[in-house]
Design a protein around this ligand. Structure first.
Ligand SMILES: [Zn+2]
Length: 374
């Protein structure tokens, strides 16, 4: 945590704005981080910035994204524009349903980026217009369309956008859930930024929680085959890497080794971290941490039936074909429909998923099994 002194430095920087029109031209990364840290804890300072802010929007837990554009991105609005456009539909937002996501460069200054999440009321039962139609019109008025968060995470190309969405969804859900102190049951006072909450009685401070998850690509010792799995209930024909939550007291490598044993019933010889990770907000907030592991193909695979439908070894050629199918159909519109075909490798997860990046790197020969033993 930055020191009080650093906050004072940032505070001086901020208050300087009111005295000087030639404020600093461009903030360094360190200054930006410290400004964000200041806004996180200084409710009144952040509240006074709100009318200058930019915002991204969720309505009924669906995200406003660009429509008919080649790249899926979150649509940003100024506070004033959003207030007016939502107001035309009888909708409102305020700080209570907004969380601080980032600091953006404005002309000569930095302004906050908020995520705001609102609910739209259902139209009367006898209304000739459905809520779906209203949201479609609202999306058009706001320069985009509403999409579910999972699809947005899977299809947004830019990592920064995906991570901001993960933060938006996670903080929104955490702030709605964390209302009482787990220690003394008194009410919690949520920070304006939604980055923490303090108990009004015992003064304990609580921070947004998330769970570490290992996600592991399993290869054979020749590195020419990969073991991929199909999750129960996942889209037909989509295979991915083995993933699971870390337990208390486990290192990430121990977590990966246990999850592989639990889910596919095999032992791996070595495990290596891939120096890749991804925040993932569904169903709850997690941090996916990528690994590669090596296992002999002569081991009998036995899948955990509660979690998986199947697990199979595939050649690099088979996985490359699935990668190419996925890249040519990024929204997975042509998923197999027949039951038999659903169990065959057709797709890997779309480009926004860390599993896609891992599998793609392996297909391209950028991940190998030469690693230190665990
Ligand atoms: Zn308490």
């Amino acid at each position: 945590m930055p020191s009080i002194r650093s906050n004072i430095v940032v505070f001086n920087l901020i208050t300087k704005r009111s005295f000087s029109t030639s404020y600093i031209k461009k903030m360094s990364f360190v200054e930006k981080v410290r400004l964000l840290d200041y806004w996180k804890v200084q409710d009144s300072a952040l509240q006074s910035e709100f009318p200058r802010s930019r915002l991204v929007l969720m309505v009924d837990r669906r995200l406003l994204v660009t429509k008919d554009a080649p790249e899926v991105r979150m649509v940003e609005h100024s506070y004033g524009d959003l207030k007016q456009l939502l107001g035309e539909y009888g909708l409102q937002f305020d700080l209570s349903n907004s969380c601080l996501l980032d600091a953006l460069e404005a002309d000569t200054d930095m302004i906050p980026l908020f995520g705001t999440s609102i609910e739209a009321a259902d139209p009367p039962e006898d209304s000739p217009i459905s809520k779906k139609d209203v949201l479609r019109q609202l999306g058009n008025s706001l320069g985009g369309s509403f999409t579910d968060i999972r699809m947005a995470m899977l299809t947004m190309k830019e990592e920064r956008q995906r991570n901001l969405l993960a933060k938006f969804q996670s903080l929104t859900k955490w702030a709605a859930t964390y209302r009482r102190c787990p220690k003394c049951a008194a009410a919690l006072k949520m920070r304006t930024s939604k980055s923490g909450a303090e108990c009004v009685t015992c003064q304990r401070v609580y921070y947004p929680t998330f769970s570490p998850v290992s996600i592991t690509l399993i290869t054979d010792p020749t590195n020419e085959h990969a073991l991929l799995v199909r999750h129960r209930g996942s889209a037909g024909g989509v295979f991915t890497a083995v993933a699971g939550f870390a337990h208390t007291g486990e290192s990430m490598a121990e977590c990966a080794r246990r999850e592989i044993a639990e889910e596919v019933g095999i032992e791996v010889d070595s495990i290596r971290s891939l120096d890749m990770s991804q925040p993932w907000p569904m169903p709850d907030s997690s941090l996916m941490i990528a690994h590669v592991a090596v296992a002999n193909m002569d081991q009998k695979i036995s899948v955990c039936p509660d979690e998986l439908e199947t697990a199979q070894w595939f050649s690099r050629h088979q996985v490359r074909q699935a990668l190419e199918t996925t890249l040519s159909d990024p929204f997975l519109k042509n998923l197999p429909r027949t039951l038999d075909d659903r169990q065959t490798l057709h797709y890997i997860p779309p480009a926004g998923a860390i599993a896609h990046q891992m599998i793609r790197q392996w297909v391209d020969g950028k991940i190998n099994c030469h690693s230190s033993r665990m």
